[in-house]
Ligand binder design. Structure first.
Ligand code: HEC
Length: 142
């Protein structure tokens, strides 16, 4: 079996190529496993992401509760505390404040963060989108 090592090397090479193709840009492969975001998330980008929320949420000061509670100044606010909104017991049981890490977990997968939540929303999968969204939520507090 003189050829075996050669064949094996070839297979490894092919496997290596397959990995390189999965990366967003070939130049990233050597330095990082995840492709770096091209632009840093901003509140303005978050405003675009928030379009996924407006069916159920207002964010203006003294805005009405809809299917979900008004989100004005939600960053730093106690969880499940907005006046006049009837929260699920799942969210009420959470306690604490909506700081950025908690919002990030909740928005990634509301049902995983608070099983039984009435927020019927699959989640914002993209981490950069969530970061932008939280910056936007933070900016809507005055
Ligand atoms: C289908 C309607 C719906 C959509 C879409 C939706 N939400 Fe909600 N949201 C709710 C409901 C209902 C609640 C209350 C959940 C509960 O009581 O369990 C809630 C709760 C919340 C809370 C907790 C507020 C508090 O006072 O504790 C935050 C924060 C929030 N939503 C953010 C968002 C964001 C950001 C988006 C968009 C990415 C979004 N939601 C999309 C319905 C929705």
């Amino acid at each position: 079996m003189r050829f075996a090592p050669v064949v094996l090397a070839g297979a490894l090479l092919l496997a290596g190529c397959g990995k390189a193709e999965q990366a967003e840009t070939p130049t990233d492969v050597a330095t990082t496993t995840e492709p770096a975001p091209t632009v840093a998330p901003t509140a303005a980008m978050g405003e675009q992401v928030f379009k996924r929320c407006v069916a159920c949420h207002t964010i203006t000061k003294d805005g009405a509760n809809g299917i979900g509670p008004n989100l004005h100044g939600v960053v730093g606010r106690a969880v499940a505390s907005h006046a006049g909104f009837s929260y699920s017991s799942a969210l009420q049981a959470k306690g604490g404040n909506w700081d950025a890490p908690h919002l990030d977990h909740f928005l990634e997968s509301p049902m995983k963060y608070a099983p039984g939540t009435r927020m019927a929303f699959a989640g914002v999968i993209d981490a950069a989108d969530r970061k932008a969204l939280i910056l936007y939520l933070e900016s809507q507090s005055k």
